[in-house]
Design a protein around this ligand. Sequence first.
Ligand code: PMP
Length: 435
Amino acid sequence: IIAEYRDRTRRSAEQAEAARSVFPSGITHDARHLSPYPITVDQGKGSRKWDIDGNEYVDYFGGHGALLLGHCHPRVTAAVKEALDDGTQFAASTTREYRWGKAVIGMVPSVERVRFTASGTEATLLALRLARAYTGRSKLLRFTSYFHGWHDHMTNGYSSHFDGTPTAGVLPSIAADVVLVAPNDIEGAKAALAGGDIAAVIIEPTGASFGRVPIADGVLQALREATAATGTILIFDEVISGFRCSPGGAQQAYGVTPDLTTMAKIVAGGLPGGAVGGRADILERIDFEAAADKGFEKIAHPGTFNANPVSAAAGIAALDIIATSDACDRANAYAAELRERLNRLLKATGMPFAAYGTFSGFHLFLNVEKRSIDPVTFDPFSVPWKELKASPANLVDRIRIAMMINGVDLSGWPGGLASAAHTEDDMAVTMKAFE
Ligand code: PMP
């Protein structure tokens, strides 16, 4: 497999070698790491992308989740070009940011006010600060194995340090204020909340990494009730699920309304951007007039590229398409069919892996403990969550490379995200590659 990969991707190999003298590991995002080296991609259209050797891939990496509409959707591209001609940075309010904000409020049930940021990491950072300022409490509760961005408060308990000890470079005092609870351990969460000193609970409403560690029935409702009872702010991290599960995100699909919602990826139509939205009385903490009138200290929130007009243009176009079409339903249906077909194939070939997931995601259970499973009826709740997360890098890389030499780019979960641009033809290429 590796020899064939090297043979097909000679230019990528050269480029990767050159990049190592510029970037650590030759890459600019941890999830783009691949051994022996990753492909270099300069072009995409619809559901496909091409590396610099000219190889074509059905793309399930999906721009880290930003591309529900696929690459280069004509309306999004046209909106971006128009915005570019108008100028990229005015250090001023813009009509585009207003239309963008109105679209978010119109689509996401919990959002009464919104503040744009430059990324999802910035969005969770701001949401947590808002919760602390609003409640006057310092502690945060998060669930092990969940990812909420890479800032100091959110690094422990994602892919390591499940015991809460600080990861390299993070202050012990910051780690000490983050309470870690195991996925779906609602009793553990309630016990921690009972102390009355937790400012916020943050959770990805589909489960960790868009359901790689799935969320159990009733957890969101139970958290909603428990946080309301203790005056704790409930934050849904909808950086992936927002505008993907449904036009109103996972909160609309599940019918549970958080106090604050963090968004990024799709919200900015494939360009950089993020947002925090939620209750007006919480967002008020960054409102100059409210702070003066009510006598509280306003939270500082500048940011050169907050609501930049090019991202705003892409975001307005993408959200309008999502609000007025069946884009979410199509992506969800594609992924459901793909999961089913993958499992039938796995069963037929006797491979003890399984595909699982919800909405437009699919995850491969790699079964490193070599359990006896039926892929078709596999239930991810039947194995401990640590096993769902157990993805030895060597095995993941080999699966990804084997798929790549057959024209499919999976994400490194391993698994991927379907978009509204994937077609029957993509499905056929994927099944052939997997076989
Ligand atoms: N939260 C979740 C659930 C995410 O998946 C991500 C990104 N993968 C982030 C936050 C951070 O977003 P960004 O990469 O835009 O900083």
